[in-house]
Design a protein around this ligand. Structure first.
Ligand code: NAD
Length: 311
């Protein structure tokens, strides 16, 4: 099989390339190296049929030419990370919206099965206490640019879904929930690599907010095989499927765990969300994936626990 992986030099994309190449597939990566790195591809570079193309998913002709030669497309290229999105709101929006449109339209035109990477953020904040004016995600300062990520990913899902149902070309929508593992960078705000980097450097571990917010981290070594099985499962086509972990922890608990496992002497400090990300920033209190659909479709059962992930 010939696969195109957009964002293949990134964290999840490069692990996906490792799996595809190990299975004997011919892989073309399209990546602009904005947040990814060529070093992430060192395992697959030089493998038969492997090709790296440095380019932009906004380049419609390039995307079309690469997809035309492929048997399947995995679209992971995106502007990611809170810092990146807040600092570059317009470019992030363009990549996350039109980049996906380019990939999906090329896949449908050439009848190539495709997968798009979506996010838990499409579920929103899930506030239980009602909706107040001024509390929306569209117009409020820092939250506005941050929300562009979730809003674009939500529209990406619709673009993928509507094209998939109208054309009959197989399409999988994967909603990732806090995927972590080797090669993920903490530079753009991702909490696990950031805490580990701080602990290893003996610097203070900086918890944003109160640290009572709860998250559930999924190992890339569980998520990527799950993703590949979904692409091989016709019952998964045209469905949005959650992929993530199962062990929930508070961010303060995560900081304690990182200190314990790294044997670091780093103190744990707290800073406001607004100081970390800018005025008006808020975050959801709890994010825990229901992965029962992936369980039913492909027997998805995350095996790595948080200690494995941190190690
Ligand atoms: P990543 O930053 O490591 O990977 C994204 C890759 O896309 C990078 O290699 C980057 O250089 C590339 N890229 C960005 N803009 C591009 C452009 N215009 N043209 C070509 N390449 C471009 O991040 P990741 O964590 O591996 O995320 C992969 C996908 O999964 C993204 O679509 C992201 O939105 C989604 N996702 C990830 C998580 C997570 O927990 N890691 C959670 C939800 C969704």
């Amino acid at each position: 099989m010939k696969a195109v992986v957009t964002g293949g030099a990134g964290f999840i994309g490069s692990h996906l390339c490792d799996h595809l190449v190990a299975r004997g597939h011919r892989v073309t990566v399209l990546d602009d190296l904005s947040t990814g790195s060529a070093a992430n591809l060192s395992r697959v570079e030089g493998s038969p049929g492997f090709r790296f193309v440095r380019g932009d998913v906004l380049d419609r002709e390039l995307v079309d030419a690469l997809v035309a030669e492929a048997d399947t497309v995995f679209h992971l290229a995106a502007a990611v990370g809170v810092y990146n999105i807040v600092d570059n709101p317009l470019r992030s929006l363009r990549i996350n919206l039109h980049g996906t449109e380019n990939v999906v339209e090329a896949a449908v035109a050439h009848r190539v099965p495709y997968m798009i990477a979506s996010t838990s953020e499409v579920y929103g904040k899930n506030d239980a206490d009602g909706l107040k004016e001024g509390d929306d995600r569209i117009y409020g300062s820092a939250t506005r640019s941050r929300w562009s990520y979730a809003a674009a990913k939500g529209l990406d899902e619709l673009i993928a879904y509507v094209h998939g149902t109208e054309s009959g070309v197989p399409c999988v929508i994967a909603r990732f929930f806090n995927v972590v593992g080797p090669r993920q960078t903490g530079r753009y705000g991702m909490v696990v690599p950031r805490f580990v980097d701080q602990a290893m450097a003996g610097e203070p571990i900086t918890v944003y907010g109160t640290g009572t917010q709860r998250r559930c981290f999924g190992s890339v070594f569980d998520v990527v095989p799950g993703l590949l099985r979904l692409m091989e499962t016709p019952e998964a086509y045209n469905q949005a499927v959650n992929l993530g972990g199962h062990e929930e922890i508070s961010i303060k608990g995560l900081a304690d765990r990182v200190v314990e496992l790294t044997g670091s002497a780093s103190p744990i400090t707290y800073i406001d969300y607004e100081e970390a990300y800018g005025e008006g920033y808020e975050d959801m209190q709890r994010r825990y994936p229901d992965t029962s659909l992936a369980g039913r479709l492909v027997g998805y059962r995350p095996e790595r626990d948080l200690n494995d992930i941190i190690r």
